[in-house]
Design a binder for this molecule. Sequence first.
Ligand SMILES: *Cc1c(COP(=O)(O)O)cnc(C)c1O
Length: 233
Amino acid sequence: MTASTSPIADNLHQVRVLIDAAATACSRNPKDIHLLAVSKTKPVSDILLAYENGHRDFGENYVQEGVEKIQQLKQYSDILWHFIGPLQSNKSKFVAEYFDWMHSVDRFKIAKRLNDQRSVYQKPLNICIQVNIDDELSKSGVAPSEVLPLLKEVSSLDRIKCRGLMTIPEASNDIDHQRQSFAQMQALFNQCKAIYPEFDTLSMGMSNDLALAIEHGSTMVRVGTGIFGARDK
Ligand SMILES: *Cc1c(COP(=O)(O)O)cnc(C)c1O
């Protein structure tokens, strides 16, 4: 299979078309919306197909799986690896050592460990604070009211660079509810940006809700199924 005929190449193109249309529909510049390809559970051969089509940002949810793939693809040194799953503190050193971004920081303890474990020979680790916008028991993330206090603590750490906020809203068919959650995130992001002008990342939107997320200011959509197809459970 050549890159140009693989479904992954087509899918990537289709997703990019959707992103561009969603951005244009709300008068945003499509270039301001980054696409993170979520490759969890998918083989490195799939990542390489996306790579051959010019894609460079990949997201992984599980530490061991992610590190194995990063090691296997070490020669592709321009790939940027994003950790987007929940992280146990005893595994933070792997994220600090191997990843470029960490989207799911939800407590100071994790931020501090990542900071202390990040080598001075590496660039600072880019992080986002994960916000549990729908207050779901099953999800990690801080409550909206805890974001600014956590940011204040995190801003003292010099081996990590806080780029913005991340969220995974409640899965729902109720578009008004989804809209409300995204709007709350947008307001919170703007509030943070007023204090931290270097904030440039609102990591929000997945395969099924990316247009709505873009309408509410998302700067990075995380797309798995839409690019790589359904995952085996
Ligand atoms: C799996 C996952 C995604 C991608 O979800 P799709 O619906 O397959 O696009 C995005 N973000 C996070 C945090 C994920 O765990």
